[in-house]
Design a protein around this ligand. Sequence first.
Ligand SMILES: [Zn+2]
Length: 268
Amino acid sequence: MNDLNRAQLRARYRITGRIVMDTALHIGGRGATTVTDSPIIRDGEGRPFIPGSSLKGAFRAAVERIVPNIPGLHTCGLSDADGACANQLRERTKDRQLEEVEMLALLDKVLCDTCRTFGTTHLASVALFHDAPISKIWRELPEVPTQIRDGVGIDRDSERAREGIKFDFEVVPPQTSFDFTLLLENPSDRDLELVAMGLQEFIGGMIPLGGIRSRGLGRCHLEEVMAQKVDLSDPETLKTYLLERRWIEEPVDEFIKTHLSTLLREEE
Ligand SMILES: [Zn+2]
């Protein structure tokens, strides 16, 4: 079976953890308010959260920076637009209606490793990043404390504020934490390898989030990480999963080591 055919659910992984901000975080929401020029994004209940799309973008970018160092792995993420998978697909599907089988075969041929794992316009991502809600201790506060920071532009020469570029923005303060959940459906070995790579960077504090990063915002790390899996093609596991919602837990360091060592061994 083409492993890009993802309709049947054969296996599912769940990685959970806590994203702890080491510096303040700014992920912009909509429009200026009377309080600030640039408010942070909030959920329906007015609480800050980190959109899954932001997490995925940052995680994917971190993986794409490492991938070119590994022989046999490819990413279009860092190349110029010409080589990008999306362009190749557009080129090859021009003026043609493809059957699903044909499309899968074509995707299998042209997609780079990171597009296969994190998705592209024609293929859903194997890695599903949930919106990360603020952790429970903050959820229980009547209001999450945020700060307004001054974003006055400084003229490098005079060190005086330049007129017209004055603005302020809202941030979530350092130490705030968010609940992280990443689901993987029917991951291939390669998908697991790329995810292990990203997790290692996230745990190590190497994946900044949000905006205004040139001022040091958005630094964070992932902690209390846990990996769980369920293999639905195994009748016993299927039974305990469906009857008792039971997952098999694996310490995350083990998960990372298992998958990265396969990858790095392949390379020798
Ligand atoms: Zn690609």
